[in-house]
Design a protein around this ligand. Structure first.
Ligand code: M6R
Length: 607
């Protein structure tokens, strides 16, 4: 969702701000704006639509070396230029960009209006510049600290004062901000992507902290004004600048990166000799592993689907009760949190508000929550304290692909660790370890020859309804395939457990309805074949993803998509690939904005 970039340095700010906005475009937005300090005060430009439009509007910009910019994903108020950030106070000398939601907006707005403040937008954000102005007596830091005392809600903000061109103020509560410390320049971003072009030396702001950025660096304070000691860190190498390279868009690039991203997640963690895995970030001894009474994987969207696969693998290999839960539902059903269970917060961005809420619920109830997260230093990773980084590298396309296979990789590594402490012999552990380490090769093998995806594309793009079916390990993949096709191509579809088809969705089938059946060879093969016959008896177009060499499946299918053979519990790594490619190519055929589908945001930081 909304993105922030701010720059104070020795070079012109505007081109750097526009470039920074391009790097956070992937988060999803509908309008954008930039404010820089000029000789006559604050120079402001805003537009609806893409950063490209803002860039045209800004043109050469000004020579100013201080400024900030924002991409907005509408919450309070429609998509209009007035509602786009930055917002100014009544004098036009204080500008604010804001991610998050001011919960006591109405109360504060009424108070400011009673004093004669005229609001120019429908946003909650506009409260902030007015409130800061209200408390401003010449000291920017004091004014911001005082204003934030009145505010309830979440914020990541940047504030510019026309009277103080040598500083930018930033503050955080529940909405991430990272500060980059370069040579003679300091940069503020809502995520590392906004700043890695400048520097890798960073400070992550914590909740209820305020920072004063200058060209020489930054000083962090608590909300009560106390100074906080410096705590810099250096961004990981795999957190490089995301570039499309030879690919038409990020989604395709990220699909093809999977052999490498899975390998990176597993490397150094899976040990063939011991038939075991080592996840240092979990900090769990064998004694603690043996004591684990259950595992709960919490996540949303694709991360939830990865959690489902992980839970199935845990029950299958480690014989530990395990389940996945939709994080957005978790805390609202007043869950029972067991102290014997391990809770994993599975999240690519590490910023998903619903997942964060679930983490807080587990922690509040005395449970132990650990992160399975991609973005290093993200809120979930830091709140959990312990966990596993999946090391996918930056995932830019809104539709998650490589994060899914990396999350499954991390969960499989944990499964192996847990299974070895109870259920698996050395030899069995070694078999699992070998099969797991071979996955990147099998993924590459499939991607090199993906089969007749375009035939499937032709069948789905004008379909009124598409059904994805799978049993056991293929069921979460059916859900994931449907999610991808909806997100990227906007084709009406759903994923279902194959056995449930006859309890309802079969009514949707008519001549030509595409039914995509995930049927790698496993214990459910015969039952899957019966379901396929039921599908074909209704005239549907049966597309089957099956093990290479399974001639019977190939002959039943109207369109057959073979995948390399792996053990049943690892099939999701392979069965998901044709579905990712299908969503991508269907989106392309329908002229969709592949990397930035409508209405969606990459990290969903509101509930
Ligand atoms: O960053 P997270 O993994 O926590 O995000 C969770 C979901 O919002 C995310 O997986 C979403 O469903 C994706 N757009 C799916 O492609």
């Amino acid at each position: 969702m909304c993105g922030i970039i701010a720059y104070i340095g020795d070079k012109p700010a505007t081109p750097r701000l526009i470039e920074g906005l391009r790097r956070v475009e992937y988060r999803g937005y509908d309008s954008a704006g930039v404010a820089v300090l000029g000789e006559d005060g604050i120079w402001l430009r805003k537009s609806t639509g893409r950063v490209e439009e803002l860039s045209r509007l800004v043109g050469e910009g000004t020579k100013s070396t201080v400024g900030m910019a924002h991409t907005r994903w509408a919450t309070h108020g429609g998509v209009t230029v007035q509602n786009a950030h930055p917002h100014l106070d009544v004098t036009g000398r204080i500008a604010v960009v804001h991610n998050g939601i001011i919960e006591n907006m109405h109360e504060l707005k009424a108070k400011l209006q009673a004093e004669g403040t005229v609001f120019r937008s429908e946003t909650d954000t506009e409260i902030l510049p007015h409130l800061i102005r209200h408390y401003y007596e010449g000291d920017p830091l004091k004014a911001v600290l005082r204003a934030l005392e009145d505010v309830r809600g979440t914020y990541g903000i940047g504030v510019l004062f026309a009277d103080h061109p040598d500083m930018i103020i930033a503050a955080r509560n529940g909405s991430p901000l990272v500060i980059g410390l370069g040579e003679g320049e300091t940069v503020l971003g809502s995520d590392p992507q906004a700043i890695v072009a400048h520097t890798r030396r960073v400070i992550y702001l914590d909740d209820r902290e305020v920072a004063v950025l200058t060209r020489q660096g930054c000083q962090v304070h608590k909300l009560d004004g106390r100074k906080v000691a410096q705590r810099q860190q250096v961004l990981d190498q795999d957190w490089g600048l995301a570039e499309k390279g030879q690919f038409q868009n990020f989604m395709l690039k990220e699909i093809y990166e999977q052999p490498e991203s899975i390998r990176r997640c597993l490397s150094g963690r899976i040990q063939i000799d011991d038939g075991n895995a080592k996840l240092g970030g979990l900090n769990m001894s064998p004694r603690e592993l043996v004591a684990v009474g259950g595992v709960v994987n919490l996540g949303c969207g694709t991360s939830y689907h990865a959690g489902m696969v992980g839970a199935m693998a845990l029950e299958h290999l480690a014989r530990v009760p395990a389940r996945a839960e939709i994080a957005s539902e978790f805390r609202y059903r007043h869950p029972i949190v067991s102290r014997e269970s391990v809770y994993f917060a599975v999240s690519q961005s590490g910023e998903t508000a619903d997942t964060l809420g679930a983490v807080e619920e587990v922690t509040l109830k005395g449970g132990q929550c650990m992160g399975i997260v991609n973005v290093v230093g993200s809120t979930i990773a830091r709140n959990c304290g312990q966990g596993v980084y999946v090391h996918s590298g930056p995932e830019v396309a809104v539709a998650s692909t490589k994060a899914f296979t990396s999350q499954m990789s991390a969960l499989m590594a944990f499964t192996l660790m847990l299974a070895r402490t109870r259920n698996l012999s050395l030899e069995q552990g070694q078999q699992v370890a070998r099969a797991l380490l071979d996955i990147p090769n099998r993924v590459q093998e499939y991607l090199d020859a993906p089969g007749p995806i375009d035939e499937v594309v032709a069948s789905v793009i004008h379909a009124r309804y598409v059904l994805f079916l799978g049993r056991a390990f293929s069921y979460p993949v059916a859900l994931e395939g449907a999610l991808k096709l909806k997100e990227v191509a906007y084709v009406p579809c759903e994923g279902y457990p194959a056995g449930e088809m006859k309890h309802g969705p079969i009514a949707m089938l008519e001549k030509g309805t595409p039914v995509i059946f995930l049927a790698p060879t496993d214990a459910h093969r015969e039952k899957a074949i019966s379901n396929m016959k039921e599908v074909q008896a209704r005239g549907a177009n049966l597309i089957v993803v099956h093990n290479a060499g399974d001639a019977e499946m190939a002959s039943i299918a109207n369109v057959s998509i073979p995948i390399p053979v792996v053990p049943a519990y690892l099939t999701p790594f392979l069965t998901v690939l044709p579905l990712q490619l299908l969503a991508y190519r269907a989106g392309l055929a329908l002229g969709r904005d592949i990397d930035k589908p409508r209405n969606l945001a990459k990290s969903v930081t509101v509930e």
